[in-house]
Design a protein around this ligand. Sequence first.
Ligand code: RUB
Length: 271
Amino acid sequence: MNKKKRFDRIAKNIKDVKVQGARNIAKAALKAYFLIPKKSFKRKLLSLRPTEPMMENVLELAEKGKSHKEILKHFDDAQEKIDQYVLKIIRKNDVIFTHCHSTNVSSALIYAKKHKKKFEVYNTETRPLYQGRKTAKELRRAGIKVTMFIDSALGVALSRGDGTKKTDKVFLGADALLKDGIINKIGSEVIAQIAENEKIPVYIIADSWKFTNRKVPIENRKLNEVWGKAPKNIRIKNPAFEFVPKEYIKAIITEMGNLSYDKFLKKMKSL
Ligand code: RUB
């Protein structure tokens, strides 16, 4: 297959969410960019998932001459450090709630399981594309006990009702780390609000390369993801992401440590 065809195939997989999550998107985009390292192709990649500053950051690094290998090494090194920090905060019998599918979150949970931590996970199915099923399968394969909830059972999952246990911690990934909070999968702000009411700490688990000072638009996706053959006269909205203000965040765990959001911002400023 020629380079253009391979580029197009990767681009389609990113657009269709076959490749999903900020880190996997950044990795795939990088692979595509190195096939055809041209500005117009970079622009095309950035247009596929507009809420992804990590993709933008790594493509800029590549444009400035950082090698593919160096960038991939950052992802692995960062994850290793994140895993260590997350390991330290998981307590015996914790119930950890997560949403959607995040490689940064799942890897850290799997690492903790490998290091003999005893905990279980509550997660959401994450309509309309059901990334929660991917999370549930991945964690279960690693031997972690998982209970999946429909999205509208968020309140039940987070506030002990109908036979559920008390949730001890919320772990959310992030697509964008901003000055005043983070952006993650739609539903994340409601989760953070309920967690705040229930006094459950919310941890953001993310590679610091998701940080940006730029304005990040929220991606609105195709309506047929929500309702395949909806009657024409019904309007549908399908926002993919949502902003979570830093006030709801107990700490952010990046490769730089387990920090309050303000301390994290200070560190980013000093780089
Ligand atoms: C995925 C999502 C993830 C973040 C972080 O959304 O919101 O929580 O991207 O993921 P989508 P990671 O499925 O629409 O891409 O930790 O893998 O970078």
